[in-house]
Design a protein around this ligand. Structure first.
Ligand SMILES: *[C@@H]1O[C@H](CO)[C@@H](O)[C@H](O)[C@H]1NC(C)=O
Length: 401
């Protein structure tokens, strides 16, 4: 008699779910398992594949070895490499330089100049001699009706000497950056500007104060300026003869900006010394970039290392070796060639966009992105899975009992 009563009580407390046919139960389980199977077999591998960073192996030991060598290639620099005072006007070394030669005048004349011939005679010998050190591109332009910047006082007439005097304080603002089209070239490498300024007839001769009537000056990290005071009527076209003094000035300014030592004797000797200095400094620079890259990859574990970077490192290592061999044999052009190849390769690799991009995706960011995306989907899946597992276990237990 007790049984039915207790059964009744139980029902009142917790009504049992309507009995399910085993088929329905199994269909439900199949559905849940299919969801999980898709997640585990497709979702997870795909997620791992698309979010994991690929890290090619780098020869870190060799990289560090190069980076540590203070005496690059066992070359005792102080001993036999020529020493020159550092030229603070020189540009930082670049593999390519853009040279821009501009004629500016506030008047309408001269509207033309023999610049191509002049470049061939005064500038190209230098760029050709240094063609193994850097590449050069040359542009020219003529700009008429160019006015001074309002920020400078402008030349003052000196009645005693009948000169127009440009104050030294005006030299910095002489280039009217806002209006004169001297924008840097597009593309890699810095631009060196050379400005030939022909003053208006009524402001001729134009000279710089306190310099003994000097007419040229250099601007740090920018280029050079030379004033050409025409005698008599302005001619419509500047001839080679007109331009000779200015072009000689530009050639010397260019040599200085490129870091050609001024105290090394003949032209060939100056070029040779520049090649030696550049070869050694390029090897050093490439070595220190190798070291920086090695430290970077050790420090940032999440950073990707594409195969291109590993290939660039290999190329740099072999180039450095060849450069050193050539250096020890005194083959400067060969050493330069390999040093440039190695330095270019490692610089490009260091700034590899696919590598740098990863730096800005630390794990915290990934969590912040994935949780709102996957959370709403994961919660019901896990809950249903757990519930079904529990009921399956209970059913099995009940059977076993
Ligand atoms: C450039 O280097 C090559 C060897 O790599 C050499 O034969 C050539 O004479 C060099 N050019 C100049 C202008 O020095």
């Amino acid at each position: 008699m007790e049984h039915p009563v207790s059964n009744d009580v139980k029902r009142a407390e917790a009504p049992a779910p309507p009995a399910q046919s085993p088929q329905v139960t199994w269909t439900r389980r199949w559905i849940i398992m299919s969801f999980w199977a898709i997640i585990v077999c497709f979702g997870l591998p795909h997620w791992l594949l698309t979010t994991s960073t690929y890290r090619a192996t780098l020869p870190l030991d060799s990289m560090d070895w190069w980076a540590q060598g203070d005496q690059v290639c066992a070359v005792d620099e102080a001993g036999w490499l020529p020493q020159h005072s550092e030229n603070e006007k020189a540009f930082r070394y670049a593999s390519t330089y853009h040279l821009t030669f501009s004629l500016f005048t506030p008047a309408a004349m001269p509207a033309d100049w023999s610049i191509e011939e002049a470049l061939n005679q005064y500038v190209r010998p230098l760029t050709t001699a240094l063609s193994n050190v850097s590449d050069f591109t040359i542009e020219t332009q003529v700009q008429l009706h160019a006015s001074f910047s309002p920020s400078i006082a402008g030349p003052q007439f000196d009645a005693a000497t009948r000169d127009w005097i440009l104050q030294k304080s005006d030299l910095r603002g002489f280039i009217n950056a806002a209006e004169w089209p001297l924008s840097p070239s597009i593309g890699a490498g810095p631009t060196m500007n050379f400005v030939l300024y022909v003053p208006a007839l009524e402001q001729t001769p134009l000279v710089i104060a306190e310099t003994g009537r000097s007419t040229s000056w250099m601007i740090l990290q920018w280029g050079g300026v030379a004033i050409l005071n025409q005698v008599g009527e302005p001619s419509p076209k500047l001839t080679m003869a007109d331009m000779e003094p200015v072009m000689l000035t530009f050639a010397e300014q260019l040599a200085t900006l490129l870091g050609l030592p001024s105290d090394a004797g003949s032209f060939d000797n100056r070029v040779l010394h520049l090649k030696q200095t550049r070869a050694v400094s390029l090897i050093k620079s490439a070595s220190s970039t190798l070291g920086a890259l090695s430290r970077l990859t050790l420090k940032l574990k999440a950073i990707a290392i594409p195969d291109t970077v590993a290939a660039a490192v290999d190329k740099t290592l072999s180039s450095l070796e060849q450069a050193c061999n050539a250096l020890q044999l005194g083959k400067w052009d060969t050493a330069l060639h390999h040093a440039r190849t190695g330095n270019d390769a490692i610089e490009t690799a260091f700034f590899e966009p696919s590598m740098v991009g990863q730096v800005y995706f630390p794990d915290e960011h990934k969590v912040a992105v994935y949780v709102p995306l996957l959370g709403p989907m994961a919660v019901p899946l896990i809950m249903t899975g757990l519930k079904e597992f529990r009921s399956w276990r209970q059913a099995r237990k009940a059977k076993a009992d």
